[in-house]
Design a protein around this ligand. Structure first.
Ligand SMILES: NC(=O)c1ccc[n+]([C@@H]2O[C@H](COP(=O)([O-])OP(=O)(O)OC[C@H]3O[C@@H](n4cnc5c(N)ncnc54)[C@H](O)[C@@H]3O)[C@@H](O)[C@H]2O)c1
Length: 366
């Protein structure tokens, strides 16, 4: 690492990179934005003026083979993740990749095995693990404060337009719809809170064709789910219920949507909400759920340079993803969540599709 800075390349200069990966690099002075890659030249030029000095290229192989790049953040459409990750791993880069890691568990597992074999740091961008109330909920569960965890419950509702969802609505490009886009995050944090999922019974549903673009042009109709749901059992003996939809009218909430995730233990319950991520709801047996501010030490990882009092709460915790990647690199330890977490969540998501196709419970086999 020249200048002792971790030199990061962004591969895929679209929405999520602009929303939190590049801002995440900016707040951490242990790293720098060294390169940007996107085949869309118009967007690349726009990013040049927005993001400033760095190498700009349309070819990810140039990044994979660049000895002046230490790490990459892959934020491209799902079907490209595998090839880009394998090329970058082969080039010795540490890799954070957006979720879902691939368009199937097989791809995700291949990526995990490749990163492990090469000895590079690997991280899956499971954003919501970094929310303050999620970090505190995890503490309450792991410290036994809620007693024996029994139930997990999650709801993620978005009120998206019924027009085309671009690459996200084609099976070959996205893998699945709401299930891979939204519910997979909740599968991940459920496993982080409760331990591995053992078995699931799932369902998906497509309601709208999305055969028109926003500007009224015709396009191929959607092939993926708008709604996904599962019930599941954890190896611990606990049970879970998940539901997600992109068609929840009235839950737009300025783009943040609605999110609720709850653990019920033998002594008490606690709730994380994305709409209010600096607060938690907690209730004990015989009492009432009460809202309180997340204690200061759970607002962010201790050494994170981010000021938790600054910015929009439902946005700024996402900057800690880059902090975790860079910390893993400079401290020489595994990043969390890793590609192993990305792969195991995808195994569960794929089991949901199989369960619904075959109308039966499916055990998770890794
Ligand atoms: N973790 C989260 O909270 C979160 C949020 C949003 C999106 N995502 C994930 O991030 C990824 C990107 O989503 P987005 O909303 O930014 O999509 P987007 O369509 O806005 O951006 C993707 C960009 O990748 C570029 N691209 C395509 N092929 C490429 C290639 N071969 N090399 C380099 N760039 C290439 C496209 O030109 C586009 O600019 C998806 O996997 C999505 O699931 C995660």
């Amino acid at each position: 690492m020249a200048n002792d800075k971790v030199r990061i390349a962004i591969i895929g200069a679209g929405l999520v990179s602009d929303f939190h990966h590049v801002p995440g690099i900016r707040v951490d002075n242990r790293c720098e934005l060294a390169a940007v890659c996107d085949p869309n030249e118009q967007l690349l030029n726009q990013r040049k003026s927005e993001w400033g000095p760095a190498k700009y290229t349309t070819d990810y192989h140039a990044i994979a083979n660049d000895k002046d790049i230490d790490a990459v953040i892959i934020a491209t459409p799902n079907f490209t993740h595998r090839d880009i990750a394998l090329a970058c791993i082969n080039g010795g880069k540490h890799v954070m990749c957006e979720k879902p890691l691939g368009v199937s568990y097989a791809e995700a597992n291949e990526m995990y095995q490749a990163a492990k074999a090469k000895g590079v740091r690997h991280m899956t961008a499971f954003t919501y693990r970094f929310a303050p109330s999620m970090r505190y909920l995890r503490h309450l569960v792991k410290s036994g404060s809620l007693g024996e965890p029994r139930h997990f419950r999650s709801q993620r509702f978005l009120d998206l337009p019924e027009t085309s969802w671009g690459w996200r609505q084609y099976k070959k490009l996205a893998g699945a719809g709401d299930l891979y886009d939204m519910t997979i995050h909740r599968i991940d944090f459920a496993q982080d809170l409760m331990g591995p999922i053992q078995s699931v019974c799932g369902a998906v549903k497509t309601f709208v064709p999305r055969d028109k673009t926003v500007d009224g042009k015709s396009c191929e109709p959607s092939e993926v789910d708008d709604w996904s749901a599962l019930i599941g059992t954890f190896r611990s003996g606990a049970v879970g219920v998940w539901e997600g939809s992109t068609l929840m009218k009235g839950h737009h909430n300025s783009g943040v949507g609605f999110e609720w995730a709850e653990v019920n233990g033998s002594e008490g319950s606690a709730v994380y909400q994305l709409v209010d991520p600096n607060y938690i709801l907690v209730g004990k047996h015989g009492g009432t759920m009460e809202k309180s501010l997340v204690p200061k030490q759970f607002m962010k990882p201790e050494a994170s340079p981010r000021n938790p009092d600054e910015g929009k709460p439902s946005t700024v915790f996402r900057y800690d993803l880059v902090f975790e990647l860079v910390s893993a690199i400079v401290e020489g330890r595994d990043a969390s969540p890793g590609f192993d977490d990305g792969a195991s969540s995808q195994a569960v998501a794929d089991a949901v599709l199989q369960s619904y196709a075959e109308r039966r419970w499916v055990d998770i086999v890794l």
